[in-house]
Design a protein. Structure first.
Length: 306
């Protein structure tokens, strides 16, 4: 076990993920060990039977954050680095959600993880989450901008929003999905996508204390455009009063990750049809000034989101 892993409280994990995270004081990176589930990798060979046991292995992913851009908060990505067998090690994974019937990954269990570091990395890269609630007996899913604030998630909306109010009076489900690529196999059945997704369960409360609410609004603003809050005039009391901010505190959750190429059936490996991955990423385009804007103060730099 690496010294950094030991320092972070991670023991010998049956399913071990090696990751990097930036030091808080500079742009260098440090390595940590997290504990996701096993990820299936492929393709399998003709000489290996088609079974999950034979092609499942631990895929080490790198969690990389580049220095924050002035546009979209920098770049964070997970990429496969190596494959190694960890089936005989002893599990001792901390900083994870407890596995329950609520958050258990049932389909493709090998791709699931309950590790908070992995889940936080997914949240930190996404700009939009989907909030699910039951309102007046009807399920509703709302796409919302958000910001992770430590172990919680900040959301905001109009004070007049009935759905925001309902979100503080009922359990919530918050989901985030990052689409990393299309996976094209040699048969339609095995086509897939590479993705990182997180599903969180918990409750939310209003932030009514003025200082806490203002700090949350700053976090939300700077999440979309780092450093922008300090360039703007302070919000008026009326503006703050017209905005609701809620803090969602997840008590359960899981993530699911797929990486790598297609897992083809042995009989399809000799197909003359191309197979492989088509990577996808979100890129910030050139900023367009509003009508009448002359100043370039606070102009976002054009950088790749990922």
């Amino acid at each position: 076990m690496s010294p950094v892993a030991a320092a972070n409280g991670f023991g010998s994990c049956r399913r071990r993920m090696t990751a990097q995270r930036p030091c808080s004081t500079n742009s260098s990176f440090e390595t940590v060990t997290t504990c996701p589930r096993v990820l299936p990798v492929g393709p399998i060979s003709k000489n290996r039977p088609y079974s999950e046991r034979n092609y499942a292995a631990t895929v080490a992913l790198t969690v990389t954050r580049e220095p924050a851009s002035a546009f979209a908060g920098g770049s964070c990505s997970l990429r496969r680095m190596q494959v190694h067998d960890a089936t005989d090690a002893t599990a001792d994974c901390r900083h994870t959600f407890e596995i329950t019937d609520l958050n258990r990954v049932n389909r493709m269990k090998a791709r699931g993880t309950y590790d908070r570091e992995v889940i936080d990395a997914i949240l930190d890269e996404a700009l939009v989450c989907h909030v699910g609630i039951v309102h007046d007996g009807v399920p509703v899913i709302i796409p919302m901008a958000f910001a992770r604030d430590g172990a919680s998630v900040l959301l905001h909306g109009s004070r007049a929003s009935r759905l925001i109010d309902a979100a503080t009076r009922a359990p919530l489900c918050v989901t985030v999905t990052l689409l990393d690529g299309l996976v094209l196999a040699r048969c339609a059945y095995n086509h897939s996508m590479n993705y990182r997704s997180a599903v969180l369960y918990g409750s939310a409360k209003y932030l009514d204390e003025p200082g806490e609410k203002l700090a949350a609004l700053r976090t939300l603003t700077d999440r979309l455009a780092p450093g922008r809050w300090q360039l703007l005039r302070p919000p008026t009391e009326a503006e703050v009063a017209a905005t609701s901010v809620i803090r969602f505190s997840p008590t359960s959750g899981s993530a699911k990750v797929r990486a790598g190429g297609p897992v083809d059936f042995p009989q399809d490996l000799d197909s003359d049809v191309w197979g492989g991955e088509v990577p996808l990423r979100l890129i910030a385009g050139e900023a367009r000034p509003a009508d009448g804007v002359v100043s370039t103060r606070g102009l976002p730099t054009t950088e790749s989101k990922r």
